[in-house]
Design a protein around this ligand. Structure first.
Ligand code: FAD
Length: 311
């Protein structure tokens, strides 16, 4: 939380890395190796996503605790409140607290794949703000809380203004910072930040950056999230779309350009959606020349098979 507070004399750019929990033991081992390597670049934190509905919640909690305990890295645990009973949320939060996790990204979550509508469950929470309020009421200031923001407006929002107002309400309810949905058009993000500020949102707003990792993956993501992509990027990708190596190279070059423009506009925090991959994110950070001094982590990683903590 302290690192997120404004210090106008500090011009350093900070970055964080987001991962999702793998479903196999081997996947978890591979991810821990990757986090160990990427963690040596001194990210501000690493975070682990939460499967809406909580079907893999134990893996998320255990991974977060494991990373924190064995690497010394700060960890941000995502937690959603859709399709989860209040009891399940309390159990998860209690467990996170017991394991020493201090940072949460409080989210509503999406409906399960295949259904478009989200149906609130009895005695559950309706929106992320309900979760933020509940965490504050129950745990006081124990957790530092982040929430999600949408520069291109959440797909189900009543309007852009209403979406920004809902975001302000989450902050007023106790959220300490905001991480945004991915975007590829910096102007949209910068204008949205300006409007958030005008609406009275004062906390850090951290842009979510998803590098272009491959043509098919990129196309799927922008279709799913309905992300607006500048025509120039679409045209450039159209030419090289059949050459994976060229697309990856372009993705890194564009990532550097996008992040540099954000930094030039005063942005000091970058949040990378890594998709559990390493190369592109590290190359972008190197390209920006913001790579922190490599440090050797006190990463005491026991084999997952022997570890009780990671299932
Ligand atoms: P909310 O803030 O509740 O907003 C949802 C919608 O409801 C918006 O349209 C908002 O305008 C509207 N709204 C809010 N409050 C009210 C109100 N009081 N009345 C009427 N309308 C209201 N999903 C996962 O399943 N797991 C993850 O780990 C995960 N991580 C994410 C990380 C980031 C950085 C982001 C940006 C998204 C992430 N998501 C994740 C996706 C997220 O769960 C979905 O986008 C979800 O649809 C909205 O979550 P939210 O917390 O923004 O919801």
């Amino acid at each position: 939380n302290q690192a997120l507070s404004e210090d106008p004399t500090n011009k350093k750019t900070f970055y964080s890395f987001e991962y999702f929990p793998p479903r196999t033991e081997q996947g978890i081992e591979n991810l821990l190796d990757r986090i160990e390597r990427m963690g040596s670049t001194n990210p501000l934190w690493v975070d682990v996503t939460w499967n809406a509905g909580g079907s893999t919640s134990d893996i998320t909690i255990d991974l977060c605790a494991h990373i924190q305990n064995f690497s010394g890295l700060d960890v941000l645990m995502h937690i959603t409140c859709t399709y989860m009973t209040r009891e399940k949320i309390v159990t998860s939060l209690d467990r996170a607290k017991e394991l020493g996790i201090r940072n949460l990204l409080a989210l509503r979550g999406d409906p399960p794949r295949g259904s478009n509508d989200w149906i609130p469950i009895e005695n559950g929470f309706n929106y992320a703000i309900d979760l933020v309020k509940f965490i504050k009421e129950t745990y006081g200031d124990y957790f530092c809380i982040g929430v999600a923001g949408y520069p291109e407006v959440h797909l189900t929002a009543q309007s852009r203004d209403h979406d920004i107002q809902s975001l302000k309400e989450k902050v007023d309810a106790g959220a300490d910072f905001i991480i945004t949905q991915l975007f590829y058009d910096n102007q949209i993000f910068l204008e949205w930040v300006r409007d958030c500020r005008q609406a009275g949102i004062e906390c850090q707003i951290i842009p979510g950056i998803l590098p272009i990792l491959g043509y098919d993956r990129f196309s799927r993501t922008i279709n799913f999230c309905k992300t607006k992509v500048p025509q120039e990027i679409l045209d450039n990708l159209q030419i090289i779309k059949n050459d994976d190596a060229d697309v990856r190279k372009y993705g890194v070059a564009f990532g550097v350009q996008q992040c540099q423009e954000l930094i030039d506009n005063g942005i000091r925090f970058l949040h990378f959606y890594t998709m559990n991959l390493e190369a592109a994110v590290i190359k972008i950070i190197e390209g920006l020349k913001i790579l922190d001094n490599q440090k050797s982590l006190p990463f005491k990683k026991p084999s997952c098979r022997q570890s009780e903590e990671v299932r």
